[in-house]
Design a protein around this ligand. Structure first.
Ligand code: ASP
Ligand code: MG
Length: 416
């Protein structure tokens, strides 16, 4: 008998019909003799609809009240599922995040889980009940307020509960049947992976792969929680994400996949005086505007010495605030101009095999060149190479990279 945490995403419970289907699957798992803890997201696009309601009554809704509002979506789904399970004759008990002992930092809208004290979850399990926990939310012990964990946060709830309960496995049940080498809607040759390491999954999620929320992967890696990504309706084997270094390729390591991100924007600051401290001021202003940046490059000073350009990517929704903040320090910093470009996409190739491939960057650039994709920014990390290109060229870029790195052929020994 195992202790299993199962998380179902919003699209898997977008109607009461589907809630009943999830209830059947959960009851079937319980009938196999396992203890089951279920974490549900809000039904369908409930979270977006709640955000829209907030915007209808206020241009600037208070973050505290927004969290009060948004957390109801998950409570609703979990309570309904508990009723559906009870209607099937099994015992069930739904708990809000705070009731389940999910403790977080105080930042509304983007709180981090600091601890889980799952006393009530344990009690209910010991009574023989299936326990349902509302995802995406917790309690800050200092303010005693309810917080949310940021979009996609139910994945983190499930993994944090699995860690606290020392569960045998955390299943993330979703509308795809595993983690793929690329988005199959764009790259038809994409293949499901049987297994990948936390490290590779973390890079894939950070590069835009949507299947698992980045923070949840970081949490799983830190606590060593083995995650199984599988279909919420089918019975396929899914994809295991674990610490095992075996990615099916022995010592050289594998190329895991290609990922993309179209939600990013590119900000360029031109004519930055080439003096100590100016670039620091640029990035401090962006940070103070609440934006996390990535892929930052500073060009070597050009022929008209004395100035340089700085370009970076940031989440598109944060770009206007960052640009406004930069305009505010333009005079004192002495740069010429700041511009924002939303028509960009980032493509990345990820895999531990990158370490052992001296020519990886060349292969990467050649593939994009052959596909006629212009590289606007490029960056390399230990197990990832990324490039920024026009959004319109994204699909060609992904297909070319997928082919060039041999991802369209089944990997030797991976069984995929
Ligand atoms: N319902 C929240 C969202 O839409 C949390 C989640 O689905 O994980 O982002
Ligand atoms: Mg989700």
């Amino acid at each position: 008998m195992a202790l299993i945490v199962q998380k179902y995403g919003g699209s898997s419970v977008r109607s009461t019909e589907l809630v009943k289907r999830v209830a059947e699957r959960v009851v079937a798992t319980r009938a196999e003799g396992h203890d089951v803890v279920v974490v549900l997201s809000a039904m369908g696009d409930t979270t977006d609809r709640l955000l829209d309601l907030a915007r209808q009554v206020s241009d600037l809704p208070s973050p505290r009240e927004l969290d009060m509002l948004l957390t109801t979506g998950e409570r609703m789904a979990n309570a309904l599922a508990a009723m559906a399970i009870q209607a099937l004759g099994a015992e069930a008990c739904s708990l809000s995040g705070p009731q389940a002992g999910v403790l977080t930092t105080s930042a509304y809208g983007k709180a981090r889980i600091v601890d889980v004290a799952p006393r009530r979850v344990r009690q209910a399990l010991d009574r023989g009940a299936i326990v349902l926990v509302a995802g995406f939310q917790g309690l800050n012990p200092e303010t005693e307020d309810i917080t949310t964990l940021g979009r996609g946060g139910s994945d983190t709830t499930a993994i944090a509960l699995a860690a606290a309960l020392k569960a045998d496995i955390c299943e993330i049940c979703t509308d795809v049947d595993g983690v793929y080498t690329a988005d199959p809607r764009i790259v038809p040759e994409a293949r499901r992976l049987d297994h990948l390491t936390f490290e590779a999954m973390q890079e894939m999620a950070a590069s835009g792969a949507k299947v698992l929320a980045l923070r949840s992967v970081e949490y799983a890696r830190r606590c060593g929680v083995t995650v199984l990504v599988r279909s919420s309706s089918g019975t396929g084997p899914g994809t295991t994400v674990s610490a095992s270094a075996d990615d099916g390729h022995g010592e050289g390591g594998a190329i895991t996949g290609v990922a993309h991100d179209v939600s990013c924007a590119k900000v360029t600051v031109t004519g930055v005086p080439d003096l100590p401290g100016t670039v620091a001021r640029v990035f401090r202003a962006v940070a103070d505007a609440g934006c996390e940046i990535d892929t930052a490059v500073q060009n070597v000073p050009g022929p008209e010495a004395g100035v340089t350009d700085v370009t970076f990517l940031l989440p598109g929704e944060g770009a206007p605030a960052a640009v406004a903040a930069l305009r505010g320090i333009r005079a004192e910093t002495g740069f010429t101009e700041v511009s924002q470009d939303d028509d960009v996409a980032k493509v990345s190739v990820v895999g531990s095999g990158m370490r052992a491939r001296p020519g990886a960057a060349a292969t990467f650039c050649e593939a994009l060149a052959e596909a006629g994709v212009n590289i606007e920014i490029m960056s390399t990390a230990e197990i990832r190479i990324s490039a920024v290109c026009r959004t319109a060229r994204l699909h060609d870029a992904l297909r070319a990279l997928h082919r060039a790195f041999g991802l369209d052929k089944p990997a030797v020994g991976s069984g995929a």
